[in-house]
Design a protein around this ligand. Sequence first.
Ligand code: ARG
Length: 572
Amino acid sequence: MTLHELLSCRVAAALAAAGAPDAAPVVQPSSKPEFGDYQANGVMGAAKALKTNPRELATKVVAALQLDGIASKIEIAGPGFINITLADDFLADTVTRQQADVQLGTGRHAGDKVVIDYSSPNLAKEMHVGHLRSTIIGDALARVLAFRGDQVVRQNHVGDWGTQFGMLTAYLVETEQAGSEALALDDLEGFYRAAKQRFDEDAAFADRARDYVVKLQGGDVRVRALWQRFLEVSLAHCEAVYERLGVQLQRDDVMGESAYNDDLPRVVVDLRAAGLLTEDAGAQVVFLDEFKNKEGEAQAYIIQKQDGGYLYSTSDLAALRYRAGKLGARRLLYVVDARQGLHFQQLFTLGRKAGFIGADVATEHVAFGTMMGEDGKPFKTRSGGTVKLVELLDEAERRAFDLVSEKNPDLAEEKRRSIARAVGIGAVKYADLSKHRTSDYIFDWNTMLSFEGNTAPYLQYAYTRLASIFRAAGSFDHHAKLTLTEPAEHALALQLAQFPDLLAQVAAETCPHFLCAYLYQLATRFSRFYEACPVLKSEGETRASRLALCAAAANTLKTGLGLLGIAVLEEM
Ligand code: ARG
């Protein structure tokens, strides 16, 4: 049981014993130290329901509250809050037990099977900053869920189908004939632009491109092979980015739009059989009463175009059914830009109506806001173009290298380069993950690379401080008995003991920024502890206990950053 579970269940039992069996207490970490470690709320509501005085009820609840050996102090505050301070020994034991567990105390139920759809770039072009958020938020969530024991299935729903690919394969043939294919594909962005230009300017080329689309969909062997070759190059570009970002997506996780191609006619047939399809101007559409426009008319969700072509929505319906059915997932997460919100609401609603997924399957659009430039507009290059991810990461490493060189000029260049990689990439990822995912945020090099505040460099630096303590200490017992005497030790241990609850919250709400805030607070509490409590200069059991506390902090910090996909360093 986690701390939160334990306290909630004890407070609920006490409320029941005090005559309020239906009360649902809310137990939360206290916002201020003077409120103890946890504050229980629920007495006021219960007193109202029972028409009794809240303080009187609170007194009864406290009398019935069984926290022997768990709490050292229980107080009633204000109109009926119950403030709980945990006992030092109990906290010490909790931390010790947690540190002995590879899952740091988070282990729980035989995990759910969860599908996480993330990254999912369009393969027609190179990955650009618009793909950054999905890629790193999705990856952090996948790691957190897997760490907690969920069976995570990653799905990279790449855009690898549709008219653009007719154009691209047609252009591939042309460049191949001109003998410049390899060179051209090196710069996918440029390749796309050139193909588009040919398409717009040359009617014969455009016809060829359209013919290729038909051939592609009809399964023409030669065109399919060309298309495959193009995808291969494009995916290799993505993988290079994943590798640099430390993102866990593999080739096996790719399940693109094209994978559902054969199933699309069936989607249409099944929707029709369910009585959901309507013909509208030759297209097959679904009108869902749940989604009305300003005029109060049901909005059309297009499933098949007039010319018989399928859409993004069609393959997403097939994917929805596949994930719940074939993969047997009970939770489907889609880490996709907030601007696709309506699409997903329609998809989920329709999927349920059509019986593609059952009531026992949860669907969640894990939406995120836009990454903005310093001018407050969507992030662009100086000339207004899209910023390639590769270029962004190059700049991150370059800036981090300058910073590291300034701070630590005596380190060998090689060493500074590898530190710069971890710091630069870590900073970009952390800056994104630490913001509430639904808000837009301003991408700002200076803040993200700062060694102060809620940043990756600050946390990585805190870890190096711990590492240097361990180097100075020589060998010691990482699991020595903890004795907490100082308030700063208590505060740090409390923070450590809350790790499982924090991860539960991240998993339930799919919000990595909670983990960032947690780690920042952990680092801050460690600093305070380190200022207030001598570690290396203390002696005997105190020294052993404080070193073990440092080890627990280091382990939790490293694990937490690891769950965000951010590397730690021994020195920087
Ligand atoms: N390829 C899409 C895009 O770039 C994102 C796909 C998200 N996943 C999904 N199942 N629709 O916008």
